[in-house]
Design a protein around this ligand. Structure first.
Ligand code: SF4
Length: 300
């Protein structure tokens, strides 16, 4: 663990949270917005947002529809707008408009769980209350053999045991930087990785490196975009229209099948020339006749 931390420190000495912010309020807003999105995208949205809502009081009084329009591109904009306004109201009413600096108070705010609280505490207040476990940490920690847990809470507990407390925040940021730049979800660049001599997953493909090799937010966003036009695929040229398939030439109409030439009329079968004398088959035709006639009637 010490060697991994030392190599990460050497490789990423200046790792910091990559969400642009000037204070705890801005970092809290940006971190809530960053769920299911990318820091890069959030950084394009927040300048206008912070200009329009410079503090929790202004955000608490925001018109939801106006806020939704401003954050639309970040995804889940309705839920995020609700969380942002709820968070701002709670900060205004419970904490006098000042973002609290304790884990207990932060996780009570709408839209804030441990990960967001750890980001704010570590980067805005320089407090090591826990380890940020995002998608990258969730992927790299098992790959490096630092945990066997798969849920963020379990991973965080394992890392808190392994990493000295005064490094919790910076260690997480270095791991996140390493995940973004080297240990990618699908194609980890083990060949150029400073951790390769220490890593039990070095040289393995993403699948073998562990089931936690989930796609990143950026990859999920790209996949979502690729799926974004299902309507264009269905009626496309390669796909025959449903109406053309059913009554098509290869498929005889139902009405043509039953009374068709291969199927003798019920009345023609029983008294037909090939049937034995009525006396020999009395029990059968006597029972079958009414039932058949009854079934065929509606079809005709
Ligand atoms: S050696 Fe490969 S799997 Fe291990 S941390 Fe480096 S890039 Fe990731």
């Amino acid at each position: 663990m010490a060697e991994i931390a030392a190599r990460l420190a050497e490789r990423w000495p200046d790792a910091v949270v990559e969400l642009d912010h000037q204070n705890a309020y801005q970092l809290l807003v940006a971190t809530i917005l960053a769920a299911q999105s990318t820091d890069k995208l959030i950084n394009t949205v927040t300048p206008a947002l912070f200009a329009r809502y410079p503090d929790p009081r202004a955000l608490a009084a925001a018109e939801p529809s106006e806020l939704e329009a401003m954050i639309f591109s970040t995804g889940f904009y309705r839920m995020k707008a609700k969380h942002l306004i709820g968070m701002a109201r709670a900060v205004t009413e419970r904490h006098g408009g000042v973002v609290p600096d304790t884990m207990e108070a932060l996780v009570e705010l709408p839209g804030v769980a441990r990960k967001t609280a750890n980001v704010v505490l570590g980067s805005a207040f320089s407090k090591n209350e826990g380890v940020v476990v995002d998608t990258h940490v969730s992927r790299l920690a098992p790959r490096l053999g630092l945990t066997r847990q798969s849920d963020p809470a379990g991973i965080e507990q394992d890392l808190m045991r392994l990493v000295p407390r005064d490094q919790w925040s910076i260690f997480a940021h270095r791991l996140i930087w390493h995940g973004r730049r080297v240990c990618h979800a699908r194609k980890p660049d083990c060949e150029h990785c400073t951790l390769a001599p220490l890593c039990p997953s070095a040289g393995l493909d993403a699948h073998a490196a562990g089931k936690t090799a989930a796609p990143t937010r950026a990859e999920r966003a790209a996949a979502a975009k690729a799926k974004a036009a299902p309507s264009a695929r269905k009626p496309g040229p390669a796909s025959p229209a449903p109406s053309a398939r059913k009554p098509g030439p290869a498929s005889p109409a139902p009405s043509a099948r039953k009374p068709g030439p291969a199927s003798p009329a019920p009345s023609a079968r029983k008294p037909g020339p090939a049937s034995p004398a009525p006396s020999a088959r009395k029990p059968r035709p006597a029972k079958a006749a009414p039932a058949r006639a009854g079934r065929r009637e509606p079809r005709a």
